[in-house]
Design a protein. Structure first.
Length: 259
């Protein structure tokens, strides 16, 4: 089973790229972030014509998350973290699909820092940690995938010295991610490639993609029930080089089906 996560940076504006990527790679389950579309403007017909069913939580102009599936209809469980109001920014959606519990997230950016945006990021992170701990207690196969807006280590960024004041790389943000992993989650890509530079985001400016000056901020966290089923993973880097594309590249993993 192939599962992918992709910050599409505008599901309608980049729909041709999304559909081309779906056609060429055919992942079984896809988590999308930054839909930047209200609920009623999600391109469901085009997604269905591509062979996918979907649940989504839209928001006008900003945010927005979705889970697509070609292995059965996603059964939505929640679209906000516990403790959030229903009209909170659309940053999380969770569904059962393909024998998995899948959480798709778009964690706040936090810039400029310090300030209220960083405070909001850390508060959201704490609620996410609490919910992740609850999911682990259920002892079922769980995937938490999306744009975490966290650069975990110096290995995950080109020229780390340039990012020391950025909310993606601040010590307290990296520590929150470390605490999340310490609950028992597996960082899938880093587990597969412990010593390699891997980037999932390239800024539109300064020829970042051409220079391979990127960040790894899109992550898959797997519950213990899935650790031994992880067989492969990678970044569809070529998609970042397509015309009129997102500033993120799709990330994917492959899980062995249970016996």
């Amino acid at each position: 089973m192939r599962i992918a996560t992709y910050n599409v940076n505008g599901v309608n504006g980049h729909l041709p790229v999304l559909l081309r990527w779906l056609r060429e790679t055919a992942p079984d389950i896809v988590c999308l972030q930054e839909l930047k579309a209200p609920q009623e403007k999600f391109p469901l017909t085009a997604i269905q014509e591509a062979g996918y069913q979907a649940v989504w939580h839209g928001q006008k102009s900003w945010n927005g998350v979705a889970i697509l599936s070609k292995v059965g209809e996603p059964q939505e469980i929640r679209r906000v973290l516990p403790g959030e109001e229903e009209d909170a920014p659309s940053r999380y959606i969770e569904a059962r699909v393909g024998g998995l519990l899948v959480g798709c997230l778009y964690l706040p950016n936090g810039n400029p820092a310090p300030g209220p945006k960083l405070d909001y990021k850390l508060d959201w992170f704490r609620r996410f940690q609490d919910h992740a701990q609850t999911l682990l207690a259920q002892e079922e196969p769980v995937v938490l995938a999306g744009d975490y807006n966290v650069i975990p280590t110096e290995m995950d960024v080109y020229r780390p010295e340039s990012w020391t004041a950025d909310a993606l790389f601040l010590p307290e943000v990296r520590e929150a991610y470390r605490q999340l992993l310490a609950q028992g989650w597996t960082d899938a890509l880093r587990t597969l490639y412990p010593n390699e530079k891997i980037y999932t985001f390239y800024d539109y400016f300064r020829n970042a993609f051409g220079r391979n000056a990127g960040l790894r901020i899109d992550h898959f966290l797997l519950s213990p029930a899935l650790r031994n089923r992880l067989k492969a993973g990678g970044v569809d880097r070529q998609v970042r080089g397509w015309e009129k594309t997102s500033d993120h590249a799709p990330v994917w993993i492959e899980l062995e089906n249970p016996a």
